[in-house]
Design a binder for this molecule. Sequence first.
Ligand SMILES: [Zn+2]
Ligand SMILES: [Zn+2]
Length: 369
Amino acid sequence: MANEADVAAAAGRGPDLPGTMRAAVLFGPGDLRVVDRDVPAPEPDEVLVRVAMCGACGTDLKIYDGHFPQTPPFGEYTPGHEWTGTVAVPGAGVDEFAVGDRVCIEAHRGCGRCDNCLVGRYTACLNYGNRAKGHRATGMTANGGFAEYAVHHVGSLYALPPSLSFEDGVLITTAGTGLYGLDVAGGYVAGLDVAVLGPGPVGLTTVQALKAMGAARVILVGTRASRLELGQRLGASHVINAREVDPVAAILELTGGAGADLTVECSGSPGAPQQCAEVTKRGGKIVIVAFYPGPVTFDLSSVVRKDISIHTSRGEGGNNVKRAVALAAQGRLNGAALVSHWFPLEDIATAFQVMRDRLGDPVKVVIVP
Ligand SMILES: [Zn+2]
Ligand SMILES: [Zn+2]
């Protein structure tokens, strides 16, 4: 009689690979349960990864509440889009990675066949959410990393250098978001004065990237003292607590009245676009990488009068996760410094509560399946 290892080998799995795993599954709005699920099998161009850690963010709270489009159906859907781990099974067509390789990810995989994907703009894939056409965004339109195992397209995986921890690996995905925003806004930041609004994980990784790329002054604006202190430790040249001073006046004063050459909006606060308009220099640029709770109002005419360009970007496109890995490997991007809370998968509901109620001042909360 065949033993379990033989069965696993016949199924293309390693002898140590179990048939089932623990996974957080969303059964409905606010109903996330940790249950047993079959370990997914990778397609030929996919890799099965043993998840070491998966970060949680504001998007996951929207998902938890049931406010996210194009997800897999309730009862089947495992969220989690900021994960890292170790290759368990490379798909049949994969020779880029081997069992045991440590990897980090970008969340988006474009269809590869639409106009936008053909020019590399895969986070703007015209087949967004269409799994049959090859699009998938892990943890959003496809099952993700709040589970012991996850499958991922080989083209969206990156080797995690040995000097980096899994905590660093989680923040690589986040850092890719800010880097893509800078990329879309022109990318050449050496010597520029840059204002960063919002000291969340995207803002804090963007601050580090800006310093690494030679920005002159990096002015970080927020409302939580602990995050601003962290931002200062990570390279912000000036921090402004918007609860204590008027951030617009403070930025204008720091820049001799001219304003920032570039303003990066990472806060998602409804008043932030107006602040961007007021603190950005004539002829400067604004890049918006945040999402807002609803429509926002701001004086667009003032932006036109000042000849300011507004850019937006979604997710971590443009192969910017590769750039984030390089910056982290060179010691210029510290992701682990942002991880403030760790929870086992079974306690994921508590982890979400900690984020929602900001219990213990979390920066990045990670789940360890
Ligand atoms: Zn996220
Ligand atoms: Zn596409």
